[in-house]
Design a protein around this ligand. Sequence first.
Ligand SMILES: Cc1ncc(COP(=O)(O)O)c(C=O)c1O
Length: 405
Amino acid sequence: MLKAPQSLAQGRHYLAIPGPSVVPDRVLQAMHRPAPNIYTGELVEIVESIVPDLKAVARTRQEVAMYIANGHGAWEAALSNVLSPGDRVLVLATGRFGHGWGDIAARLGAEVERLEFGNAAPADPDVLESALRADTDRRIKAVLAVQVDTSTSVRSDLAALRAAMDAADHPALLMSDCIACLACDRLEMDAWGVDVMVTGSQKGLMTPPGMAFVFFNDRAEAARDRAACATSYWDWRPRTRPDGFYQYFFGTAPTHHLYGLREALDMLVGEEGMEAVWARHAALARAIWAAVDAWGAAGPMRPNIADPTYRSHAVTTILMGAPDGKRLQDWVSAQAGLTLGIGLGMGDATDPNSEGVFRIGHMGHVNAQMVMGMLGSIEAALVALEIPHGPGALSAAATVLARQG
Ligand SMILES: Cc1ncc(COP(=O)(O)O)c(C=O)c1O
């Protein structure tokens, strides 16, 4: 007689957290090589070829500086190149990460003003416009937006924020954190009037954590002339106009990351193309939302962002009440080989550790069968744990995917 298995988790594990994301085998294989020469040869050519492809991903013709850093490093790099102590910045807080960026600005000596939009709404352009109109002596030097806040999964409309700044005729820089969503949600940096954009290697760029990127235009470069916070390491000038290869990274280059990133950019820009990358993320996100809606029809599960217009295509935050969010995460990890993202900063007095919240990362190297497997595993958990849920979730998701063909 067959014995019931202890766990069905053996096999390839799926890390469906909102970053770091799944690293494609091709990227891993590109990194698996002997240490290259850092002074001449292939590595130099790779760096020079990466720059235009990064700009293609961000839809910009302006500059990009590369750093050996994570997203926090990108935040500090961007701010230090445009601020002086005492400058005022306006943070558009749509979750935990906007506040985090504001905290870094405060440590640099900036005066930080925060517009709080809560945990379930995008930044409101009208509120921004009023705040900027009220700044009659133009003390605000930069508006810090987060295109997708990974804690809440809300997506703000950067073009609308730029329009609000223009309507207020305010000269502040529009700076955006696109760490969660670059190469997942559409971004048109130049067309949308984003002056500074920061991101990292570990999400839509499908490369391990460890590289950070700051994109900036000539308005931001003009601010750099006055920025007293700039330091040798974070200075974006030598990195974008290097006098010798070593200046790209102000020291030893992140050799193996560069091979990995080259491969990832081949996949994104050279092969799939950005329009198709964005369309894939949109389709997969809609399939996930269709399943969540079906489960929620007769149970506690619901997406954190009610209006799909403001949902990210890279990450979805789901509310279901404590302790079931945590129970579900534990079950799929132990029984199905699937890691979902924890709730981040979404708790309250009844749920201080956000145990009623989980997040699905659907960014980067993700396809239809991964999403269907992930949704099927969640459905199995709902059944096993006897958490109430509506029927038809997998069929709803499959229908969304079928209609994309
Ligand atoms: C939107 C956003 N900003 C900033 C960060 C911070 O990046 P890191 O953890 O790489 O420092 C993250 C990380 O998840 C993020 O999602």
